[in-house]
Design a protein around this ligand. Structure first.
Ligand code: FES
Ligand SMILES: [Fe+2]
Length: 352
């Protein structure tokens, strides 16, 4: 048994506020008010007139109406209940029934737009400089990669998705008929570097599963080199990767596929899953659309499993008195739980 930070599904909040999380894709946000519930917090997002993204707490401090049912007036948000207006820094700048507004404000949240993703910081502004920035993922802005993305709401704790993508042995079971990758049967190599967890698995001169072979125009089963690897980059973001290379051309640039698995808790038992996939080969618009449709089928299979696990935990949080049993293939997921425990401990220390 490998000891880890919690058993089963944590019963306490396991997501730090003092962290950058993905709030939306850039193309979700325009000149209207977008409501999102993130980390137990109602948030309203919009684009300013100059195109940059702003985020405020979605709760009017007057009588608690969601600001998102109001409207944008220039770069201010007008509450739809009594017309108070709030600037993009949260300050109340107009109360229609009096000459000058009282000293009231709504929380504002720092935002960063990087590639297709909009990141948000919902934590303590006093410590924001000590918090790691959104992780660097160069392929998201590399023109060699064509991208597709999507959002799913999943009724499960966000770490269930992280553990899912840190243990790819589930491919041979959950996705046996969709992805048809059934040769991930050994635990990967796992390396922990500070608060980052890496895994890597090499298949040398091994038969290519049909889905990969198809993208290279090769018959299924062609002996090629394949590396499946990934990294738990932060509580918010996990990266997955596959690099395919011709064994007879060891110096050639690999045919690469990348996944961003961004999970943002809505609350303790629900998450928003923002996924991005990228490919530097077989990446015409038509091929990418087909790839995204194919992957979405697989993600729906993951969602079904994760929601079933969460539903069981909701009905029986004590697991019927059984301990959770981990094996070698869980090593990366167990390390990720420990990373989360460290983030939570740092946050609790900062608050104290
Ligand atoms: S509740 Fe927003 S102005 Fe009254
Ligand atoms: Fe999966």
């Amino acid at each position: 048994m490998i000891p880890h930070a919690w058993e089963g599904i944590p019963q306490q909040r396991n997501y730090p506020y003092n962290c950058w999380w993905v709030a939306a894709f850039g193309d979700d946000i325009g000149r209207s008010l977008l409501a999102r519930w993130l980390l137990d917090t109602p948030v309203v997002l919009f684009r300013r007139e100059d195109g940059t993204v702003a985020a405020l707490e979605d709760r009017c401090p007057h009588r608690m109406a969601p600001l998102s049912i109001g409207r944008l007036q220039g770069d201010t948000v007008e509450c739809g209940y009594h017309g108070f207006r709030f600037a993009d820094n949260g300050r109340c700048v107009r109360v229609p029934t009096q000459d000058s507004p009282p000293d009231i404000s709504v929380r504002y949240f720092p935002v960063r737009e990087i590639g297709p993703l909009v990141w948000i910081y919902l934590g303590d502004l006093a410590v924001i400089d000590q918090v790691p920035p959104p992780p660097d993922m160069p392929w998201l802005t590399d023109r060699a990669f064509a991208l597709r993305h999507g959002t799913m709401e999943i009724a499960a704790n966000y770490m269930l998705l992280k553990e899912n993508v840190l243990d790819l042995t589930h491919l041979g079971y959950v996705h046996a008929s969709t992805f048809q990758v059934t040769d991930i049967v050994r635990p990967p190599d796992v390396v922990v570097d500070g608060d980052t967890v890496h895994y890597r698995q090499r298949f040398i001169n091994a038969p290519l599963p049909a889905g990969y072979a198809h993208t290279l125009g090769l018959p299924p089963g062609t002996p090629w080199n394949r590396e499946t690897h990934g990294s738990f980059l932060s509580p918010a973001m996990q990266q997955g990767a596959t690099d395919l290379s011709d064994p007879s051309l060891p110096d050639a640039l690999p045919a690469s596929t990348r996944f961003a698995h961004a999970t943002t808790p809505i609350d303790q038992s629900r998450m928003l899953y923002f996924w991005v996939l990228g490919r530097n080969h077989a990446n015409s618009p038509q091929e990418m659309n087909g790839f995204a449709d194919f992957i979405k089928k697989g993600f729906a299979e993951d969602r079904a499993v994760l929601e079933a696990v969460q539903a069981l935990a909701n009905r029986n949080p004590r697991r019927g008195g059984h301990d959770e049993r981990s094996v070698k293939a869980d090593a990366a997921g167990v390390q990720a739980r420990r990373v989360i425990a460290r983030w939570m401990a740092r946050e609790n220390a900062a608050t104290a």
